[in-house]
Design a binder for this molecule. Structure first.
Ligand code: NAP
Length: 307
């Protein structure tokens, strides 16, 4: 018989890890299933300068590793598997993975989001050959080279600043004439001599046979096209939720799972936490807070129901 867990958490980013700490600390029999890397998107960030208490040497990876150790110490079981099918209708929830089947009284969905593609020609073809979506993973390849960053939000500007530690020059290409990023990041970027900006412009095409050699850029106001010679292009134009598995199983809005403030979804016994949720602020701290609340609500749900 397949073991029955009190709580299964799907996803090992900050939301899932925080849920694991709270669930196992309250002595729930807890399993966390992750298909790839623990830490999720947080591991793609070099510096978590706005996470309270992280004054120096706090990378997304180091924080995630500490969170995982904390959950392990409280008793969370960690499994690497990819869930391909879920049955959430019955009181006992069943998850089918590529390697195994799992059963639980409660499920916490913390599957997060993936980087969105910008949509220019050859973006997919040259991915991994000069086009990247993760600065901490790939910055080193571009030491002393010219690179571009696409986007104007917090991610684009945080990573553009980080990339100046490696690259000769970073050109930020943004589709409007003002950045979406928080003002303090804007100030840092504008003061950085290695960063320049191309405003009101989008990338039309990536040029290069085997590896990226340049970008064709279109000015949205004039329609004028120009070529920017770069060896690297980092795309940070937002994220898309990883929620396909839960379509028609829980209420969603544009792919994001709708919860109440206790992280309850529309399906009893199923909770959601982190970037997968419909919410206004997607940060490590809000993901961790969601995880804590989801685990606490899951525990209450078990105590109020008979299994
Ligand atoms: P975001 O805030 O949605 O910004 C996406 C940026 O990409 C915007 O500037 C947008 O332009 C641009 N864009 C969107 N689609 C595009 C396209 N197809 N082609 C060209 N440009 C496009 O996404 P994000 O920066 O990844 O941030 C996501 C969330 O994580 C936010 O809540 C953010 O605050 C948070 N975050 C926080 C930090 C931090 O606090 N240190 C770091 C990273 C992320 P427009 O401005 O014209 O819409």
């Amino acid at each position: 018989m397949v073991h029955l867990y009190d709580c299964i958490i799907i996803g090992g980013g900050p939301a899932g890890l925080s849920a694991a700490i709270y669930a196992s600390r309250s002595r729930m029999d807890t399993l966390l299933i992750e298909r790839a890397k623990y830490g999720g998107q947080a591991t793609t960030t070099d510096e978590l300068e706005n996470y309270p208490g992280s004054i120096e040497n706090c990378t997304g990876t180091s924080l995630s590793q500490r969170m995982k150790k904390q959950a392990e110490d409280f008793g969370t079981i960690f499994v690497k598997d990819e869930i391909t099918e879920v049955d959430l209708d019955s009181k006992i929830k069943v998850l089918k993975g590529k390697d195994s089947e799992y059963r639980a009284k409660t499920i916490i969905i913390a599957t997060g989001a993936n980087p969105r593609l910008s949509g220019f020609k050859n973006e997919k073809e040259l991915r991994g050959r000069g086009i990247s979506y993760c600065a901490t993973c790939d910055a080193d390849f571009f030491t002393d080279l010219d690179i571009a960053v696409v986007g104007g939000g917090d991610s684009a500007i945080t990573e553009a600043i980080y990339l100046t530690k490696f690259a000769e020059h970073v050109t930020v290409i943004h589709r409007r004439d003002e950045l979406r990023a928080v003002k303090s990041l804007q100030e840092k970027a504008f003061a950085n001599k290695k960063i320049s900006f191309i405003w009101n412009s989008t990338v039309e095409e990536a040029v290069g046979d085997e590896i990226l050699e340049g970008l064709i850029i279109k000015n949205k106001l004039t329609g004028e096209k120009s070529r920017l010679d770069v060896n690297g292009c980092f795309v940070f134009v937002g994220y898309t939720p990883i929620s396909e598995l839960f379509e028609n199983k829980v209420s969603m809005d544009k792919g994001y799972i709708v919860t109440d403030e206790d992280m309850k979804t529309s399906t009893p016994g199923v909770f959601a936490a982190g970037d997968i949720r419909k919410k206004s602020l997607r940060q490590v701290i809000t993901a961790a807070a969601d995880g804590a609340i989801a685990a606490t609500t899951a525990e209450k749900y078990i105590s109020e129901n008979e299994f």
